[in-house]
Write a new protein. Structure first.
Length: 166
């Protein structure tokens, strides 16, 4: 079993979406030209929590991840969200192909959260940033986050604790 196969079923419990974070992200795009339904690209969306949280605030959200198991979990969450899920779509894609995948489109907000960016070794991270820049709508934003996993001692041989009662 891969790390992501183990992680997908418990991801939302380990990394819950804080409504204040969604409100903060929503407020980043406040220009006078903000569309009625701003567009989000969540690159490395995992199980889709941020995309669904912003969809609940009126965004048209697109989530991509290179891990099929994470996209399956995101689609399942969107399905449970009913009408909300219609404003969020998820598919398996490579972050280094977003300029080609979304050619001619633009996004009001592009997210690359968690520890996604460090997966792009060396020049890959710079390539992603250049592609993301080309897809940001005027007045839009790019939000990046990296986590320091050395603090909880996540290293080879680490296994996530089993969650029960959740």
């Amino acid at each position: 079993m891969t790390l992501y196969q183990s992680l997908a079923p418990v991801y939302d419990h380990l990394f819950p979406i804080d409504p204040r974070a969604a409100a903060f992200l929503d407020a980043l795009v406040t220009s006078a030209s903000r569309p009625a339904y701003p567009r989000l690209l969540d690159a490395g969306c995992a199980t889709g929590g941020h995309a669904l949280a912003l969809a609940a605030l009126g965004w048209k959200a697109t989530g991509i991840d290179s891990e099929a198991v994470m996209i399956a979990a995101a689609r399942e969450s969107a399905g449970r969200a009913g009408d909300l899920g219609e404003r969020a779509s998820f598919f398996e894609a490579d972050m280094l192909g977003i300029a080609k995948e979304f050619r001619g489109e633009s996004f009001d907000l592009i997210l690359c959260l968690g520890n996604t960016l460090p997966h792009l070794i060396g020049q890959g991270a710079l390539d992603f940033l250049g592609q993301a820049r080309s897809l940001i709508a005027p007045g839009g934003a790019l939000v990046l986050q990296t986590l320091n996993f050395s603090l909880p001692r996540i290293a080879p041989g680490f296994s996530f604790p089993e969650l029960s009662g959740a």
